[in-house]
Design a protein around this ligand. Structure first.
Ligand code: SF4
Length: 247
């Protein structure tokens, strides 16, 4: 399994929780704002030393709420990930998976095997702008994402829904559609997209047009709170830490 590393104690990867966080390489999307694009493209990666990781995890387990896997898109390596999570479960550590929720059948296999306790994902909207892929592919991936939300609901897992908020787009129609498909406990974290010098986005020109939103953040918050949804906002100055590893 290819990784770019891990952090044995992190307080910025899952809202309000302490995690042991592992970054896995590869991704099926090309988000223009991605600041983990080197990991997503398999650069800066090396084979995971599973034994060493599990030793460190066992030492940290009394300090953490979750073993959190992020990337990149962890489900690109789902078979190897499943084998690792089986070992993690033997240690008795709850597992949180950060996924873009478009690789649905492998996800369902991991859920069916009871290897995941918490899911974090993004509502990337509009998908055709935020997935960084051609229109038809983006539409197909959005439908898979909706199926992924349904799958997570069927297994009753708690969901951290993040919304990467971009400048100049109305994300609401897609946010509403995503929320309609959720039937499990969830909360929302608004992540205003930040660019240079705080992060190193894949597409600097895109980011100079669409990072650093202003009124879009408050507009989304108001609409979500109007629906009675629990919402947290990461302030722009906190951007680079909080957005680490967002698939
Ligand atoms: S933001 Fe996430 S889903 Fe998008 S390219 Fe980067 S790692 Fe992949």
């Amino acid at each position: 399994m290819l990784t770019s590393g891990w952090k044995s104690v992190s307080m910025v990867d899952v809202h309000g929780k302490v995690t042991f966080t592992l970054w896995l390489c590869g991704c099926n999307l090309r988000c223009p704002f991605c600041h983990n694009w080197r990991i997503a493209e398999g650069l800066d990666c090396f084979p995971l030393d599973g034994e060493k990781l599990l030793d460190e995890l066992e030492s940290s387990k009394s300090l953490i709420d979750y073993f959190h896997i992020t990337g990149g898109e962890p489900l690109m390596q789902w078979r190897e990930l499943g084998a690792l999570l089986a070992e993690v479960k033997i240690l008795g550590v709850p597992v949180s998976l950060n996924t873009n929720l478009t690789i649905v059948n492998p996800l369902e296999r991991l859920l069916k095997a009871d290897l995941v306790d918490h899911i974090a994902t993004d509502i990337k909207a509009p998908p055709v702008a935020l997935y960084g892929l051609p229109e038809k592919a983006s539409e197909g991936l959005w439908r898979l994402f909706l199926k992924g939300l349904k799958t997570v609901s069927e297994y009753g897992l708690q969901l951290e829904l993040r919304i990467p908020v971009a400048k100049g787009f109305d994300a609401w129609p897609w946010v509403e559609e995503a929320l309609r498909g959720i039937d499990t406990d969830f909360y929302i974290v608004l992540n205003p997209l930040v660019g240079k010098p705080l992060t190193n986005p894949r597409d600097e020109i895109w980011c100079s047009n669409h990072c650093w939103p202003s009124e879009e953040v408050e507009a989304l918050r108001e609409k979500l709170e109007g629906l009675g949804v629990e919402v947290y906002t990461n302030h722009l100055a906190e951007g680079p830490a909080r957005q680490t590893g967002v698939p």
